[in-house]
Design a binder for this molecule. Sequence first.
Ligand code: NOJ
Length: 446
Amino acid sequence: MAFIKNFTWGVATASYQIEGGAFEADKGLNVWDVGSATAGRIFEGHKGDVGCDHYHRFREDVKLMKELGIRAYRFSVNWARLIPDGTGKISEDGKRFYLELLEELKKAGIEPWVTLFHWDYPYALYLKGGWLNPESPKWFENYAAVCAELFKPYVKHFILINEPECFIGLGHFTGGHAPFLKRPAGEVIPAAHHVLLGCGLAEKKIRAIAGDVKIGTAQAYWPFLPYREEDYELAKTETFRCHEDFGGPALWLDPLLKGEYPADYLAWFERNGFRPSAEDMALIASKLDFVGLNTYSGNYVTKENGALKEVVPSPSVPKTDTRWNVYPDVMYYGPKFIFERYGLPIVYTEDGVALSEWKDLDGRINDDSRIDFLKRYLRALHRAAQEAPVEGYFYWTLYDNFEWAEGFSKKFGLVHFDPDSLERTPKKSAYFYKKVIETNGEEIFR
Ligand code: NOJ
């Protein structure tokens, strides 16, 4: 009944969402430090300046993870903490912080999975055009080289980028995330291409420096689902189709794993005046060891009168506090679609649920709905794992943290975090997840 032996069970966080210490030592600013200061962008004016104060409390946090039986920890490096200007001089303090964190994890027997870039782009590079600048792939490659060199004694798993769908789509196209730009597709498509070039260059650089390591990405993945079993191919096609935005997985994974953009994306690029060169495609093509997926929900599709129809959820479908539909099927069909297209092992680099909840008068957080969510999603994943190589699962997230434009209002954590007292309190689900890990998944069937 269990998952494969050596299945990776972890939790995930991201630097801007938890670190705080925004103005500590010689750390450079990033686009979230700067962008979140403008009124009206973030829920009730929340900021990540203090975050969960992880920068000062990382030892306590590692201890907490150990107590909760967490085996792997996915976190991201704040690029401008390590290299204040994005390129050039390395910060001694940034270096110290990440090496001390890695040392602490090592002592606790927790395996680090390091994401190089989770949206907090160095402001100094943003002022030079950021991802819109054709030099940006090189900047990322250099940064990856610094990380590989510094972290190689500790790190065996690198995740190049987190959800380009969001930092490009939301960050540069629709404007809801830093750097809060709304640029036309003709400008954003080259930026997306630069991200991919950066990944291609970084992948080769990391292998050259760190040798025998596993490298992947973490995609925002909201698959389309078959409403009826006969809608399987339809849902799969819809999942990988170009929707003329930056959200689809094929835009990001096909170039890296097949060395080409799908034809429908190329046609969209062409209409927007962009044609990628063969030399660039050769640099982008990469040997990834796994596909990392961040999945929370999806959409059902079917056919009606011969035409595709998105199914409106019945009012009885449970909704999370972010108003995402609870659709466990995403964890069954999602990995199958990815495996059928790319043939690589799959790691869930994120999955989780935000609930409206608070500490009860007795000081406890009885988040039974999160436990139920975990059971439903992990059972579906277990089913998928009988048909596709699913190698790991990272719950999003360790503790409640800064949920981007939603500030601290959306709570995904296994551990409650109080932004006033900075206190961490494990929720009931944290103990459930501990049992899931101890039993390699069997607890989800009890
Ligand atoms: C996607 C992102 O990677 C993460 O930063 C975010 O907090 C969660 N999913 C929840 O929205």
